[in-house]
Design a protein. Structure first.
Length: 262
Protein backbone atom coordinates (compact mmCIF):
# COMPACT_ATOMS: atom_id res chain seq x y z
CA UNK A 1 0.00 0.00 0.00
CA UNK A 2 1.31 3.45 -0.92
CA UNK A 3 2.35 5.56 2.06
CA UNK A 4 0.82 8.98 2.52
CA UNK A 5 4.20 10.76 2.52
CA UNK A 6 5.64 9.22 -0.65
CA UNK A 7 6.96 11.67 -3.30
CA UNK A 8 4.25 10.53 -5.72
CA UNK A 9 1.49 11.21 -3.20
CA UNK A 10 3.00 14.58 -2.35
CA UNK A 11 3.10 15.53 -6.03
CA UNK A 12 -0.48 14.47 -6.58
CA UNK A 13 -1.61 16.49 -3.57
CA UNK A 14 0.14 19.56 -4.94
CA UNK A 15 -1.63 19.13 -8.28
CA UNK A 16 -4.99 18.74 -6.50
CA UNK A 17 -4.39 21.91 -4.49
CA UNK A 18 -3.43 23.88 -7.60
CA UNK A 19 -6.56 22.74 -9.43
CA UNK A 20 -8.67 23.54 -6.37
CA UNK A 21 -7.39 27.12 -6.46
CA UNK A 22 -8.10 27.48 -10.18
CA UNK A 23 -11.62 26.11 -9.58
CA UNK A 24 -12.19 28.64 -6.79
CA UNK A 25 -11.13 31.54 -9.01
CA UNK A 26 -13.35 30.24 -11.84
CA UNK A 27 -16.36 29.86 -9.54
CA UNK A 28 -16.03 33.27 -7.91
CA UNK A 29 -15.60 35.17 -11.18
CA UNK A 30 -13.99 38.14 -9.44
CA UNK A 31 -10.55 39.01 -8.08
CA UNK A 32 -9.66 37.34 -4.78
CA UNK A 33 -7.04 38.46 -2.30
CA UNK A 34 -4.42 35.98 -1.11
CA UNK A 35 -6.15 35.64 2.26
CA UNK A 36 -9.46 34.83 0.51
CA UNK A 37 -7.84 32.17 -1.67
CA UNK A 38 -6.20 30.60 1.38
CA UNK A 39 -9.43 30.63 3.38
CA UNK A 40 -11.61 29.20 0.63
CA UNK A 41 -9.09 26.50 -0.31
CA UNK A 42 -8.41 25.58 3.31
CA UNK A 43 -4.67 26.09 2.83
CA UNK A 44 -2.10 27.88 4.97
CA UNK A 45 -1.51 31.32 3.50
CA UNK A 46 2.15 30.52 2.72
CA UNK A 47 1.13 27.34 0.86
CA UNK A 48 -1.53 29.19 -1.12
CA UNK A 49 0.98 31.87 -2.04
CA UNK A 50 3.51 29.31 -3.33
CA UNK A 51 0.88 27.60 -5.48
CA UNK A 52 -0.40 30.93 -6.81
CA UNK A 53 3.14 31.89 -7.75
CA UNK A 54 3.55 28.72 -9.83
CA UNK A 55 0.13 29.16 -11.47
CA UNK A 56 0.96 32.79 -12.21
CA UNK A 57 4.25 31.80 -13.85
CA UNK A 58 2.31 29.42 -16.12
CA UNK A 59 -0.41 32.05 -16.83
CA UNK A 60 -3.18 30.00 -15.23
CA UNK A 61 -3.57 32.83 -12.73
CA UNK A 62 -3.33 36.57 -13.29
CA UNK A 63 -2.52 39.06 -10.54
CA UNK A 64 -3.79 42.63 -10.47
CA UNK A 65 -4.27 45.40 -7.95
CA UNK A 66 -7.61 43.91 -6.89
CA UNK A 67 -6.25 40.39 -6.41
CA UNK A 68 -5.97 37.10 -8.28
CA UNK A 69 -8.11 35.98 -11.22
CA UNK A 70 -7.87 33.16 -13.76
CA UNK A 71 -5.21 33.71 -16.41
CA UNK A 72 -4.99 33.51 -20.17
CA UNK A 73 -3.95 29.84 -20.14
CA UNK A 74 -7.43 28.96 -18.88
CA UNK A 75 -8.92 30.72 -21.92
CA UNK A 76 -6.53 28.83 -24.20
CA UNK A 77 -7.54 25.55 -22.57
CA UNK A 78 -11.23 26.36 -23.12
CA UNK A 79 -10.57 27.21 -26.77
CA UNK A 80 -8.74 23.91 -27.22
CA UNK A 81 -11.69 22.06 -25.67
CA UNK A 82 -14.24 23.69 -27.97
CA UNK A 83 -12.15 22.96 -31.05
CA UNK A 84 -11.22 19.41 -30.14
CA UNK A 85 -14.13 18.01 -28.19
CA UNK A 86 -16.17 15.63 -30.34
CA UNK A 87 -19.45 16.41 -28.61
CA UNK A 88 -19.04 20.17 -29.02
CA UNK A 89 -18.04 19.82 -32.67
CA UNK A 90 -21.01 17.58 -33.39
CA UNK A 91 -23.44 19.90 -31.63
CA UNK A 92 -22.78 23.22 -33.40
CA UNK A 93 -24.58 22.55 -36.73
CA UNK A 94 -27.47 20.84 -34.95
CA UNK A 95 -27.90 23.71 -32.50
CA UNK A 96 -27.85 26.15 -35.43
CA UNK A 97 -30.64 24.22 -37.14
CA UNK A 98 -32.58 24.07 -33.89
CA UNK A 99 -32.29 27.81 -33.27
CA UNK A 100 -33.24 28.60 -36.88
CA UNK A 101 -36.25 26.29 -36.84
CA UNK A 102 -37.67 27.43 -33.49
CA UNK A 103 -36.41 30.98 -33.21
CA UNK A 104 -35.21 30.08 -29.68
CA UNK A 105 -31.75 30.15 -28.12
CA UNK A 106 -30.23 26.67 -28.34
CA UNK A 107 -27.38 25.53 -26.12
CA UNK A 108 -25.31 22.54 -25.00
CA UNK A 109 -24.13 21.92 -21.44
CA UNK A 110 -21.81 19.35 -19.92
CA UNK A 111 -21.55 18.36 -16.29
CA UNK A 112 -18.58 19.45 -14.19
CA UNK A 113 -18.86 17.98 -10.70
CA UNK A 114 -21.93 19.37 -8.96
CA UNK A 115 -22.53 21.99 -11.67
CA UNK A 116 -23.06 22.23 -15.40
CA UNK A 117 -21.09 24.35 -17.84
CA UNK A 118 -22.49 25.84 -21.03
CA UNK A 119 -20.09 25.00 -23.86
CA UNK A 120 -22.06 26.04 -26.96
CA UNK A 121 -24.84 28.57 -27.56
CA UNK A 122 -26.68 29.70 -30.71
CA UNK A 123 -29.01 32.68 -30.42
CA UNK A 124 -32.49 32.46 -31.89
CA UNK A 125 -34.45 35.19 -33.64
CA UNK A 126 -36.02 36.10 -30.28
CA UNK A 127 -32.97 36.35 -28.01
CA UNK A 128 -33.39 36.29 -24.24
CA UNK A 129 -32.98 39.48 -22.27
CA UNK A 130 -30.50 37.49 -20.20
CA UNK A 131 -27.66 35.92 -22.19
CA UNK A 132 -26.75 32.41 -21.13
CA UNK A 133 -23.07 32.43 -20.06
CA UNK A 134 -20.71 30.23 -22.09
CA UNK A 135 -18.18 28.81 -19.67
CA UNK A 136 -20.18 29.77 -16.61
CA UNK A 137 -20.96 27.17 -13.96
CA UNK A 138 -24.68 26.77 -13.42
CA UNK A 139 -26.51 24.75 -10.72
CA UNK A 140 -27.82 21.25 -11.30
CA UNK A 141 -31.04 21.77 -9.34
CA UNK A 142 -32.50 24.46 -11.64
CA UNK A 143 -33.44 24.50 -15.33
CA UNK A 144 -31.56 22.20 -17.67
CA UNK A 145 -29.30 21.13 -14.83
CA UNK A 146 -32.09 18.90 -13.54
CA UNK A 147 -31.59 16.57 -16.51
CA UNK A 148 -28.07 15.85 -15.22
CA UNK A 149 -29.27 15.53 -11.63
CA UNK A 150 -32.09 13.17 -12.62
CA UNK A 151 -29.59 10.87 -14.34
CA UNK A 152 -27.27 10.46 -11.35
CA UNK A 153 -27.23 7.37 -9.14
CA UNK A 154 -29.48 7.96 -6.14
CA UNK A 155 -26.58 8.12 -3.67
CA UNK A 156 -24.75 10.78 -5.67
CA UNK A 157 -27.96 12.68 -6.33
CA UNK A 158 -28.73 12.66 -2.59
CA UNK A 159 -25.27 14.00 -1.78
CA UNK A 160 -25.82 17.04 -4.02
CA UNK A 161 -29.38 17.61 -2.81
CA UNK A 162 -28.31 17.46 0.84
CA UNK A 163 -26.36 20.67 0.42
CA UNK A 164 -29.43 22.59 -0.80
CA UNK A 165 -31.35 22.70 2.48
CA UNK A 166 -35.04 21.94 2.95
CA UNK A 167 -36.23 24.34 0.23
CA UNK A 168 -34.89 25.99 -2.90
CA UNK A 169 -36.13 29.29 -4.30
CA UNK A 170 -36.39 29.83 -8.06
CA UNK A 171 -35.66 33.10 -9.84
CA UNK A 172 -39.41 33.65 -10.04
CA UNK A 173 -39.68 33.43 -6.26
CA UNK A 174 -41.32 29.99 -6.09
CA UNK A 175 -40.28 27.96 -3.05
CA UNK A 176 -39.78 24.28 -3.88
CA UNK A 177 -39.44 21.70 -1.13
CA UNK A 178 -36.77 19.02 -1.35
CA UNK A 179 -39.37 16.20 -1.60
CA UNK A 180 -41.10 18.03 -4.48
CA UNK A 181 -37.76 18.50 -6.23
CA UNK A 182 -36.96 14.81 -5.85
CA UNK A 183 -40.36 13.92 -7.29
CA UNK A 184 -39.74 16.26 -10.22
CA UNK A 185 -36.37 14.62 -10.87
CA UNK A 186 -38.01 11.19 -10.95
CA UNK A 187 -40.53 12.50 -13.50
CA UNK A 188 -37.73 13.92 -15.66
CA UNK A 189 -35.85 10.61 -15.55
CA UNK A 190 -39.01 8.74 -16.57
CA UNK A 191 -40.12 10.98 -19.46
CA UNK A 192 -36.64 11.92 -20.73
CA UNK A 193 -36.83 15.71 -20.78
CA UNK A 194 -37.34 18.71 -18.49
CA UNK A 195 -39.52 21.80 -18.88
CA UNK A 196 -38.66 24.76 -16.67
CA UNK A 197 -40.41 28.09 -16.09
CA UNK A 198 -38.74 31.08 -14.41
CA UNK A 199 -36.35 28.79 -12.52
CA UNK A 200 -33.04 30.50 -13.31
CA UNK A 201 -34.31 33.58 -15.16
CA UNK A 202 -37.63 35.33 -14.55
CA UNK A 203 -39.95 35.06 -17.55
CA UNK A 204 -37.90 32.38 -19.32
CA UNK A 205 -39.14 28.95 -20.39
CA UNK A 206 -36.79 26.15 -21.40
CA UNK A 207 -36.92 22.58 -22.66
CA UNK A 208 -33.93 20.33 -22.08
CA UNK A 209 -33.09 16.73 -22.96
CA UNK A 210 -30.06 14.42 -22.69
CA UNK A 211 -27.53 13.50 -25.35
CA UNK A 212 -26.47 9.91 -24.76
CA UNK A 213 -23.78 7.66 -26.13
CA UNK A 214 -24.60 4.37 -27.82
CA UNK A 215 -24.10 2.74 -24.41
CA UNK A 216 -26.58 5.10 -22.76
CA UNK A 217 -24.02 7.27 -20.98
CA UNK A 218 -25.10 10.90 -20.54
CA UNK A 219 -22.73 13.08 -22.58
CA UNK A 220 -24.45 16.46 -22.33
CA UNK A 221 -27.77 18.27 -22.29
CA UNK A 222 -29.37 20.28 -25.11
CA UNK A 223 -31.65 23.14 -24.13
CA UNK A 224 -33.79 25.69 -25.96
CA UNK A 225 -34.91 28.81 -24.12
CA UNK A 226 -37.37 31.57 -24.87
CA UNK A 227 -39.63 34.16 -23.32
CA UNK A 228 -42.74 32.91 -21.57
CA UNK A 229 -45.01 35.30 -23.47
CA UNK A 230 -43.80 33.81 -26.77
CA UNK A 231 -44.06 30.17 -25.71
CA UNK A 232 -47.53 28.95 -26.63
CA UNK A 233 -48.56 25.37 -25.87
CA UNK A 234 -48.10 24.40 -29.52
CA UNK A 235 -44.66 26.02 -29.69
CA UNK A 236 -43.63 24.29 -26.47
CA UNK A 237 -44.78 20.91 -27.78
CA UNK A 238 -42.86 21.41 -31.03
CA UNK A 239 -39.78 22.57 -29.12
CA UNK A 240 -39.88 19.43 -26.99
CA UNK A 241 -40.02 17.17 -30.06
CA UNK A 242 -37.28 19.11 -31.84
CA UNK A 243 -34.94 19.08 -28.83
CA UNK A 244 -35.30 15.32 -28.40
CA UNK A 245 -34.60 14.80 -32.12
CA UNK A 246 -31.62 17.17 -31.93
CA UNK A 247 -30.16 15.11 -29.09
CA UNK A 248 -30.37 11.97 -31.23
CA UNK A 249 -28.72 13.78 -34.14
CA UNK A 250 -25.87 15.08 -31.97
CA UNK A 251 -25.32 11.61 -30.53
CA UNK A 252 -25.05 10.14 -34.04
CA UNK A 253 -22.67 12.89 -35.19
CA UNK A 254 -20.53 12.41 -32.09
CA UNK A 255 -20.28 8.71 -32.83
CA UNK A 256 -19.12 9.59 -36.34
CA UNK A 257 -16.35 11.82 -34.96
CA UNK A 258 -15.29 9.04 -32.60
CA UNK A 259 -15.14 6.57 -35.52
CA UNK A 260 -12.98 8.97 -37.56
CA UNK A 261 -10.48 9.34 -34.71
CA UNK A 262 -10.24 5.62 -34.00
Amino acid sequence: MEKENTPERSTMRSVERALDIVDILVDRGRPLRLAEVARESGLHIATAQRILRVLHDRNYVAKGSAGYTVGASVVAAAYSFLNGNQLALAAVPVLQELADALGLTASLSVRVGSARVLVERIEGTSPLRYQLPIGGRLPLHLGAGKVFLADLPLEERERILTGLGEHIVTAGGEEVSLPDLKSNLDEIAARGYAISRSERVIGAVSVAAPVRSREGVLLGVVQVSGLEEDMTDDRLARATRDVINACSSIAARTQWYVAQDS
